[in-house]
Ligand binder design. Structure first.
Ligand code: CTP
Length: 461
């Protein structure tokens, strides 16, 4: 085995080695031995999985499906698996055909202490797990190294091998660590694919700049280091992460009731479930949420300050009091009209008289008021409850209401959205339409909170 004198190493490498060794509770010599063993792990005996220390537990119980693509950086995945398992994660590896040219399933499986999946149509795997279950039984899918080819497949939705089929079938977050030649990374096709993937919600870590495996090549394309990928995973899966800490968000939810007389009112079928779920998700993300709720029968969302109102005008007044804010999300199904004059006493039937005609006037548009206000928040989001021409109506509302996003949902009776537990929405912005699959209102809320966090983060830059 070649020998390395640590003293002769470059100062910056020595420093990184010292930090890495200290973090792992090893001497620098031990750390070098482990790095070298990993480099040749496909031919060297690997440490038995049971010997991996569970030292930080930051990923305790989290299930990570690691898709290893075919590139020279694949060897780094052996270290990545070790890092993830040290943090308490379960790692289930999937190898592409090309990856098997760089690392052996034996070494990967030994480190992961799990079966390694390689084939789309394996009789045994299909009966046993299958690609749909593989993708669903994970908290996160990590693609490392993500080659240009794998990214292109992901961006176009190809599913001709196990890795791409899993990626197409998943509804879980996906983190990608690209690794490729700098010219491939800079190619317009890869740039397009990256933009598409980012729009689809795929997260990226790296690539880094530096020397490439090919001699004389350098630039952007080196896969992020295992510790960087592990840190990105920790950040993504950290239940205690508070990306909206310090942000104030004003919301409306539920229906409004417009009184006809002291006992009767005009209402709608809104249950408040979607708005309340969004408020709770934003609070979990660390935001200070001020929710103005119409009359609902569901409990106040946890961690949210709630102001209870009845009518559209009360809702408008409460919202105005709560500005300025970083974002406003108007989910309430506000009654468009109210009585021109509310009867002070109960309207009585009188023998021989016709049914009363209700004289109505328009209510204030709360969303439009916020969207065109001097105190307009950075991000203004409205909902469009429609029963026909859902997209065209949502697009019209963007301008009419001064909103940045309109979340369009079809509330026709047959969809069961109003009052129900599921929703299928489209996010309409000035740059296009994002279609989300049918999911629970909680899932819509969680995903929306993440999208809002990303949007508010970019506002600060
Ligand atoms: N909205 C509001 N105040 C109103 C009416 C609606 O703040 N008086 C908000 C809703 O909370 C929602 C968005 O505007 O975020 C769209 O509501 P919707 O009822 O779909 O649209 P309308 O303005 O009523 O338009 P239309 O009658 O064309 O459906």
């Amino acid at each position: 085995m070649a020998s390395i004198t640590i003293r002769n190493l470059d100062d910056s490498i020595k420093e990184r080695l010292r930090l890495r060794a200290a973090a792992n509770g090893r001497s620098m010599e031990e750390e070098v031995r482990i790095i070298l063993a990993d480099l040749g792990a496909s031919s060297l005996p690997v440490a038995p999985a049971s010997s991996i220390r569970q030292h930080s537990g930051s990923l305790s119980g989290r299930r990570i499906l690691l898709i290893i693509g075919g590139g020279i950086a694949a060897y780094k995945c052996l270290d990545l698996i070790r890092r993830l398992r040290e943090r308490g994660a379960q790692v289930r590896p999937v190898l592409t055909g090309a990856a098997e040219e760089f690392v052996t399933p034996l070494a990967v499986g030994a480190l992961a202490a799990d079966k390694v999946f390689t084939e789309l149509f394996s009789r045994e795997d299909e009966q046993d797990v299958g690609h749909i279950r593989l993708s669903r039984e994970a908290d996160l899918i990590v693609v490392a190294p993500a080659t240009a080819d794998l990214m292109a497949k992901m961006a176009t939705g190809l599913a001709n091998d196990l890795a791409s089929a899993v990626l197409l079938a998943t509804d879980k977050p996906v983190l990608v660590a690209p690794a490729m030649n700098p010219r491939m990374w800079d190619h317009p096709a890869t740039k397009r694919n990256r933009a598409t993937l980012e729009k689809d919600g795929v997260r990226f870590v790296g690539p880094n700049r530096g020397e490439m495996a090919e001699s004389g090549e350098s630039g952007s394309g080196r896969m992020a280091e295992p510790l960087e990928i592990a840190a990105a995973i920790e950040k993504l899966l950290d239940r205690s992460a508070k990306p909206l800490q310090g942000k104030t968000i004003v919301m409306t939810s539920g229906p409004t009731h417009e009184a006809i007389d002291p006992v009767r009112y005009i209402a709608n079928r809104s249950s408040g479930k979607q708005g309340h779920a969004i408020a709770a998700a934003l609070a979990r993300f660390g935001a200070t949420v001020r929710l103005v709720s119409g009359p609902v029968t569901i409990p106040d969302p946890e961690g949210v300050g709630v102001i209870h109102v009845e009518s559209a005008r009360e809702m408008r007044d409460a919202v105005e009091q709560l500005l300025p804010a970083d974002a406003a999300i108007m989910v309430a199904a506000v009654a468009d009209w109210r009585m021109a004059e509310e009867a002070g006493e109960k309207i009585k039937k009188k023998a021989g008289e016709k049914a009363p005609r209700l004289q109505m006037v328009e209510n204030p548009d709360i969303l439009a008021g916020v969207g065109h206000s001097k105190l307009r928040p950075h991000l203004v989001i409205g909902f469009a409850a429609e029963t026909q021409d859902v997209l065209a109506n949502a697009q019209r509302k963007l301008d009419k209401k001064g909103a940045d996003w309109i979340i369009a949902n079809d509330v026709s009776h047959a969809t069961g959205v109003m009052g129900g537990d599921r929703n299928s929405v489209r996010i309409v912005t000035r740059s296009g339409v994002e279609e989300w699959p049918d999911m629970s209102k909680e899932e819509v809320a969680e995903r929306l909170a993440a999208k809002i966090a990303a949007a508010l983060e970019s506002v600060e830059v």
